[in-house]
Design a protein around this ligand. Structure first.
Ligand code: ZN
Length: 278
């Protein structure tokens, strides 16, 4: 495999916040370096259920993850496993649910917090965090710039073909402060500024980059159910692939087969949605 792609998932950012508050991403969309679309999450629009669907391309009704209290090693092929089958190297910097879904469950804090496993059939290079103790008065999220730096380090040191980064900062902020407030304006602004310098750096390293969310949030910071506020988010794409018109609503199930097609890896039969990039 000689193609490379990074998937950046900012947890729980509704469409309106992306388009209103992420000035660097919007600037690149305006100048043509990026394309941006609206994408709709699966149901339930709950984090764990969405993570599982993002990477397997099947609905929660098929993979069986009904919510954050029901995390297990998924049985369906996913982006990590298919990149490995095609000869690529994978990495992840993410919440520990991602390790549980796609590598090993249960999560052993010492064994699984950090691993380098060149022979793995799924995640070769993992750096995880559990957010143990998470709540409204203590978010327990790492600094996002540290996570971006960790992914960049893994990508450079290990020659990742596919790297996935996931961070819960903005989801936690939304649950805590809701959306019509100074705290959320600032949190999105800081995230956009922290992410900004990494995008050209990753592009210079030869990566296509997708920046998106797992789901939205409504005015009370809620998600899990239906409707544009809870389900919809933006997807920004930096790369040479050609996509649909700007008003086309993308389906979250398209993400996994799209990533595999960009990397030149075969798409498994279980992923029935059509890639949105050619
Ligand atoms: Zn989430």
């Amino acid at each position: 495999m000689n193609r490379k792609l990074l998937l950046i998932i900012l947890d729980g950012v509704p469409y309106r916040n992306w388009r209103r508050l992420f000035g660097n991403l919007e600037g690149w969309a305006a100048s043509g370096e990026a394309r941006v679309w609206r994408m709709r999450a699966v149901l339930p629009s709950t984090s764990a259920s969405c993570y599982a669907s993002i990477h397997t391309g099947v609905t929660p009704q098929v993979h069986g993850c009904t919510g954050n209290g029901n995390v297990f090693r998924l049985k369906e092929p996913d982006v990590f496993s298919e990149v490995r089958k095609a000869g690529g190297v994978t990495g992840a910097v993410a919440h520990s649910f991602w390790s549980q879904f796609f590598n090993r469950h249960p999560f052993d804090m010492v064994r699984d917090i950090e691993y380098d496993e060149p022979e793995s059939t799924t995640i070769n290079h993992g750096r995880f965090h559990t957010m143990t103790g998470y709540g409204d008065i203590n978010q327990m999220t790492p600094s996002d710039v540290d996570l971006f730096a960790t992914l960049t380090s893994l990508a450079g040191r290990f020659g990742l073909n596919y790297g996935m980064l996931h961070t819960c900062t903005l989801d936690s902020m939304g649950h805590r402060f809701y959306h019509d407030c100074e705290e959320m304006d600032h949190a999105c602004y800081v995230m956009d500024e922290m992410l900004g310098p990494f995008i050209p750096r990753w592009r210079a390293m030869g990566y296509e980059v997708i920046v998106t969310a797992d789901h939205g949030q409504d005015a009370r910071g809620h998600h899990g159910g239906t409707g544009e506020d809870q389900q919809d988010f933006a997807l920004y794409y930096f790369g040479e692939g050609q996509g649909p018109g700007k008003d086309v609503l993308l389906d979250q199930l398209q993400l996994a087969p799209t990533i595999l097609s960009r990397l030149g890896a075969p798409i498994p039969k279980t992923m029935k949605a059509k890639p949105f990039l050619k």
